[in-house]
Design a protein. Structure first.
Length: 342
């Protein structure tokens, strides 16, 4: 064999080896990300005692760039309950303010309504201090919780986990939650850091010793720990209640969407993996979103949705007659809002 042939053979073997390593690495990465995701079978737990599903989705169509064999992307409207959990488990969560290891609460609750066509969306925040009738919820250990009147909204997660959180939201809204997504303290902070931080503009000074956040009004580029503190801040803004915090959270959601839309992750595989690992590592979903493939399909279907197409509102509330530190749904405005999402 000539020298040139030996060189070509060696180059071919090197390329083949590199491709095998790359394929193996990609396979491991997919397996790792897929196994990061935790899930809860909401549908089986709740059965048929739920609001009716929305009318049939429009027939999905494949994008022009998709191959003939590619599965078409969904285009119908959908409702997703998104919870931010102040989990007490894990060292990272405790260091970020998760407290003791005795449980978790739904620190943030948002109903994300994506309109048919998936070009517009509405995010409705539910104040955690809202007094509601918490329905009886099935428990994974067997049995069920008792119905509770004038219970704080975020107690649903505490007593019955994601299943009870979904059932309570469906009970007070009459809207079927097609999906459920929960992310904890550490996961949110890691996501912001993986994206290189997030830029937000505050309209007033924030001086909150509880969340350890001190910012002058204006535009700031925040790291993950600072962004999490912003999401949790309530003292020193507005009336110090959960209502002021909701405005900051909605500003942060829009800023994150804008950051993600301007970050070209496809040209930076290492950064893409870091973002994906941050998202999946602290994610709990329903079984309809419990794989990387399912999450990617949802993400692909929302490519045409920008932060400017996202409307953020809060469920209309008034001070509770029984407790000045609590709120209740303001009617008929709250019912009209939920009816518009069905």
């Amino acid at each position: 064999m000539g020298r040139r042939s030996k060189v070509l053979k060696a180059a071919g073997l090197t390329l083949a080896g590199a491709l095998l390593v790359a394929a193996g690495t990609a396979g491991w990465a997919y397996w790792h990300l897929n196994n990061n995701i935790k899930s809860v079978d909401i549908n089986s737990a709740l059965g048929d005692d739920r609001p009716a599903k929305a009318s049939a989705n429009p027939t999905p169509t494949a994008s022009a760039s998709a191959s003939a064999s590619a599965a078409p992307l969904p285009t119908g409207g959908t409702n997703i309950l998104v919870l931010g959990s102040d989990s007490r488990s894990g060292k990272e969560n405790q260091e970020l303010g998760g407290g003791s290891s005795s449980g978790a609460r739904s620190d943030t609750a948002m109903v994300v309504h994506i309109e048919a066509g998936r070009k517009k969306a509405t995010v409705v925040s539910i104040p955690r201090d809202t007094l509601v009738t918490r329905p009886s919820c099935p428990l994974s250990s067997g049995g069920a919780t008792a119905v509770a009147y004038n219970a704080m909204f975020n107690s649903a997660y505490s007593v019955g986990g994601p299943v009870c959180a979904v059932k309570t939201v469906e009970s007070i809204t009459g809207v079927r939650m097609d999906h459920f997504v929960e992310i904890d303290f550490a996961g949110f902070a890691k996501l912001v850091d993986a994206l290189g931080g997030v830029t937000v503009t505050t309209t007033q000074d924030i001086d909150d010793d509880d969340s350890h956040l001190h910012l002058k009004k204006g535009t700031h580029h925040l790291n993950g720990k600072q962004a999490l503190a912003l999401a949790r801040t309530r003292h020193g803004i507005g009336d110090g209640s959960d209502l002021g915090r909701i405005g900051l959270q909605q500003t942060l959601v829009k800023a994150l969407l804008a950051q993600m839309s301007t970050t070209d992750l496809l040209t930076d595989p290492a950064k893409l993996y870091k973002v994906a690992d941050a998202i999946t590592g602290s994610l709990t979903t329903d079984t309809g979103l419990d794989s990387l493939t399912k999450l990617m399909t949802l993400g692909e279907s929302l490519k045409g949705l920008s932060s400017t197409d996202l409307k953020t509102v809060m469920m209309p509330v008034v001070t509770a007659p029984s407790n000045p530190n609590r709120v209740v749904a303001e009617e008929p405005e709250a019912s009209e809002l939920w009816a518009s999402l069905r």
